[in-house]
Design a protein around this ligand. Structure first.
Ligand code: TXA
Ligand code: MG
Length: 346
């Protein structure tokens, strides 16, 4: 995979932009982030404005090294310490008690803060040269699909965003795994590249899903990560049949499948995303963007295997799909389902 080379000059320009209170989009191993100086509330507010994101949604603070954590985090429980040692730098975000100096615009007014140490070399270079925390959500308009390539960031913001660092394709392709480390039981709030089993190898007591005391994680609202075209999840055995219901009416259909099509059909755009979860995840958002532009009536997504390596993908697909197909997010229901030992879907 090509990682575009970034010049020292580009890093320096980005650092100056951040210091001046401007926004900089930058690559991470998960998705591109829309960054601002985390110590400058005015700069962080620009993120919300550009994304058209509601102000009560907290943002993740990115650091190049855990040694800067005390500026942001009040105390780090031993479970968080262990997870950080195992997975940083990497696609893991930890939610902990905020330090007093952290501004409300970062935390959405809650008493917690989310932090992450990304591994992408360009993110590392930028953070290191900047020498402070960078607040960054994914670099997309609110509710849209996250960007995994530099051209996706351009598509989202056009001329409204001056500085975008090109780091090539994001290797993971899905947003970081979020773990809430408050109290004694760490909770998985958003599945990502680091799977539940891997987390449990480090912290066996870790559980999946929110409970009523868990801070709000607005990225967990049901409809999120969505293309403009309606998305439907379809069981594998029904895929061709559902497709035919549209194409027999000469309606165009876009399909994201785990296999090639059974028959050719001039009303369909079919992407075979393959059966490797890491490759599927890396290309998922690029594929959804492609299918969204196909001028189709609907995007049909073949259901993915019911195995843990597909958890994060299944989670994002459900959210991309329309309201009829998703479990509506309700913290009480989520807690109840977690209690019942079901996939405690936050
Ligand atoms: O991989 C990622 O996490 C990317 C890259 C750029 O680092 N960032 C990302 O940010 O996905 P965003 O803002 O699109 O999603 C972060 C999620 C949101 O759902 C937000 O509500 C949640 O993290 N979050 C942030 N701070 C939180 C906090 N203090 N407590 C609970 N949830 C928090
Ligand atoms: Mg996002």
């Amino acid at each position: 995979m090509a990682i575009a080379r970034i010049s020292q000059q580009e890093i320096q320009d980005a650092v100056e932009a951040l210091r001046a209170g401007d926004l900089v989009a930058f690559p991470t191993e998960t998705v591109y982030g829309l960054g601002a100086n985390a110590n400058n509330p005015e700069a962080v507010r620009k993120i919300f404005k550009l994304k058209r994101r509601p102000a009560n949604h907290p943002v993740i603070v990115h650091l190049d090294d855990p040694k800067y954590l005390q500026r942001w985090v009040l105390d780090m429980p031993p479970e968080a310490q262990a997870l950080a040692e195992a997975f940083w730098p990497g696609p893991l975000t930890l939610v902990m008690k905020r330090a007093p100096a952290v501004h409300d615009v970062i935390t959405g007014g809650q008493d917690t803060v989310a932090v992450r140490v990304p591994s992408h070399p360009v993110a590392q270079q930028l953070l290191n040269a900047f020498g402070g925390g960078i607040a960054a959500p994914s670099a997309n308009r609110f509710g849209h699909i996250s960007p995994t390539r530099v051209e996706h960031v351009r598509e989202e913001f056009g001329d409204e965003l001056k500085m975008v660092l090109d780091g090539g394709e994001c290797k993971v392709g899905l947003e970081s795994t979020i773990v809430c480390c408050l109290g004694t039981t760490p909770r998985l709030l958003r599945p990502g590249a680091i799977a539940l089993a891997q987390l449990r190898e480090v912290v066996p007591a870790l559980v999946s899903g929110a409970d009523p005391s868990t801070p709000r994680t607005p990225g967990s609202t049901a409809r999120h990560y969505s293309p403009e075209t309606t998305v439907n999840l379809v069981p594998s055995r029904r895929l061709e049949q559902v497709m035919a219901e549209f194409t027999s009416n000469r309606e165009k259909v876009a399909v994201l499948a785990l296999r090639p099509p059974g028959t050719a059909n001039r009303f369909m755009t079919w992407i075979n995303a393959g059966i490797r979860p890491d490759v599927y995840a890396r290309n998922l958002y690029a594929h959804l963007r492609t299918l969204d532009k196909a001028g189709a009536k609907i995007i049909l997504v073949e259901e993915v295997p019911d195995d843990e390596r597909w958890d994060a993908i299944r989670d994002r697909l459900r959210r991309a799909a329309t309201a009829e197909n998703v479990v509506t997010y309700d913290p009480d229901v989520a807690a109840l389902r977690a209690d019942l030992g079901e996939d405690g879907e936050p």
